[in-house]
Design a protein around this ligand. Structure first.
Ligand code: ZN
Length: 214
């Protein structure tokens, strides 16, 4: 009886997940995920609810060329695009250091960036402003943020441990992973743009090389 119940629950769980390709799925947030993000990356607000968000699983190649599983939370409006984009990145073996929920860094963007963690949803304002970030709506994705830092209009860079990557010329940059930096003509930039995203490296007064938003 219990075995049957467990398998029914399991079926229900599996049925919720939309499978784009093997290892690339998206689904509504389960109770377990809500519990994990509540009061961490998610705070009660008048802009977004749990129902607006989707839990996404993707596969990627890490910096050692090994296949890994990653997880993200994004807005339901971009859930399908997200798996499509990460599937394209997977096919070209695009190197990503890690993809974990920002809750594992206590929703501390600085800590997540320092760890070069790729992530999306985090209910927060734009650093140093009162303006709600696109990340607060799950409509922005940061890729390899340590090697693709954010440089504000005053020239202040974050994360601090990404300072070698202020130099965006691959031949001049002293960073170990300079060859993985996101550039205007990088394949990743073209892929995101194809799906309607804008790139923070194109901004005029500040540069957010890690950032893609819709
Ligand atoms: Zn961002």
């Amino acid at each position: 009886m219990i075995g049957m119940l467990v398998s029914l629950l399991h079926m229900d769980y599996a049925a919720q997940a939309k499978v784009y390709k093997d290892g690339f799925t998206y689904q509504k947030l389960t109770g377990q995920i809500k519990k994990k993000i509540k009061g961490v990356s998610f705070h009660k607000n008048s802009y977004i609810t749990y129902d607006d968000l989707r839990y996404v699983r993707v596969k990627y190649y890490n910096f050692n060329g090994e296949v890994r599983n990653g997880e993200l939370i994004v807005n339901k409006k971009i859930a399908k695009k997200t798996v499509q984009i990460f599937y394209e990145l997977f096919q070209i073996k695009y190197p990503i250091q890690r993809i974990r929920l920002i809750d594992e860094y206590n929703a501390d963007d600085e800590k997540s960036m320092e760890a070069n963690n790729t992530s999306s949803f985090n209910f927060r304002t734009v650093a140093g402003t009162n303006r709600l970030s696109k990340h607060a709506l799950g409509l922005a994705i940061d890729i390899n943020p340590r090697i693709n830092p954010y440089i504000n209009s005053k020239g202040i860079l974050s994360p601090e441990n990404g300072k070698a990557y202020r130099v965006r010329d691959v031949k001049k940059c002293k960073g170990k992973y300079a060859r993985y930096m996101i550039q205007k003509n990088s394949r990743i930039t073209k892929i995101f743009k194809k799906y309607g995203f804008r790139w923070g490296g194109d901004w005029k007064y500040s540069k957010d090389y890690q950032h893609f938003e819709i």
